[in-house]
Ligand binder design. Structure first.
Ligand code: GDP
Ligand code: CA
Length: 327
């Protein structure tokens, strides 16, 4: 198959690596990247969209290649100044270069621009490829909050923004519940609906199933569009050999009742032939061959290939394999 228009569902670090692979696999296709915005947060009065920023920096070669997020050649003067003022929070690293992005965004928010418009404005700097579009999943405001065990709290539990759980507490507290605040009022944008309807191929990246892909699927209009599209919908596992390659998916999956295996995540997304399912095919890593039986028993054809995104070319190879398998 030679896709002409591809829609990709993605989060930040894993999602952007995946998109680079999609571009390498299909150099001539139009690619619409539908990005999670439920990690968004306001700190120091600045509106921050971590997954959008990671996506733009990565696709524009502005990313810190070692960390996989944030700006290359970053400096930290403003953080140091804020610390000297004893202004909280100090746990979220905001580099000087990165802050410029948040200043631009925050001004545009104040001027009444939507997330879609702001992302398009920022993208004019980062995305030179006219056939690559970065789209926030919604113009509504959604924030993932996590309820964790806190022995020091009178109730024994505490709710916090997902970024605080992950960046400040390193995903260590036990998770009792995950809430997407605002999700019931969040609707897919016109651009996202169009991308899903017009695509001849839809790829669900190996991004975190709970806090990256989960909020996109929960945005009103997305799941019905995935179920209705004539395009093949192919999912790629981010769980390899029973754990995520990076991030904290293993701390969150149990809280939504999903085992930390490639098979369980595939069954969680489900086949389009079952109620609510979104996939035509599922792709797992070579280490997870034993998972195939269980997923296929649930009606979802599953391919086994090496899934490490060591380079855009390596990623492109498994993407093409998945696409050929599904067609
Ligand atoms: P975040 O928003 O920055 O947390 O990034 P994403 O949600 O987009 O991606 C994180 C997910 O990508 C994690 O669950 C990882 O397991 C997955 N991931 C990272 N590197 C790789 C890789 O090389 N191969 C695969 N298959 N998944 C990966
Ligand atoms: Ca994220």
């Amino acid at each position: 198959m030679n896709p002409r228009r591809i829609a990709v569902l993605a989060g930040g670090v894993g999602g952007s690596r995946f998109v680079r692979g999609v571009r390498a696999a299909y150099p001539d296709a139009r690619i619409d990247v539908i990005v999670n915005t439920a990690d968004d947060v306001t700190l120091h009065g600045l509106r921050i969209c971590p997954d959008i920023d990671t996506m733009l920096y990565a696709l524009g070669d502005g990313i810190d290649p070692d960390k996989g997020w944030g700006r290359a050649d970053e400096t930290w003067s403003i953080m140091a100044e804020l610390k000297d003022y004893r202004v909280e929070p100090t746990w979220f690293a905001l580099g000087d270069r990165d802050i410029a992005t948040h200043l631009v965004r925050t001004q545009l928010v104040a001027a009444g621009a939507t997330s879609t418009e702001i992302t398009a404005a920022l993208a004019t700097r980062w995305i030179t490829d006219p056939a690559l579009h970065v789209l926030p999943m919604t113009d509504g405001r959604v924030e993932t909050h996590v309820v964790v065990v806190d022995p020091d709290a009178p109730s024994g539990r505490r709710a916090m923004h997902f970024q605080e759980f992950w960046v400040r507490h390193h995903a260590e507290p036990e998770v009792l519940d995950i809430v997407q605040v605002g999700i019931d009022d969040a609707t897919a944008t016109q651009e996202v609906s169009e991308a899903l309807t017009a695509a001849d191929l839809v790829l669900v990246g190996p991004s975190n199933p709970v806090v990256s892909i989960g909020p996109i699927l929960a945005t009103r209009g997305v799941r019905p569009a995935l179920r209705a599209t004539p395009a093949r919908v192919i999912g790629f596992s981010g769980i390899l050999g029973g754990s995520p390659v990076l991030g904290m998916a293993h701390r969150l999956l149990p809280a939504i009742g999903v085992e930390v295996t490639a098979g369980a995540v595939g069954r969680h997304y489900g086949t389009r032939r079952s109620p609510g399912g979104i996939l035509d095919a599922w792709v797992v890593d070579s280490r997870d061959e034993a998972e195939v039986v269980g997923v296929e028993r649930a009606g979802l054809p599953t391919l086994v290939v090496p899934l490490l995104m060591t380079s855009p070319e390596a990623t492109a190879e498994f993407i093409r394999a998945g696409v050929e398998f599904a067609s």
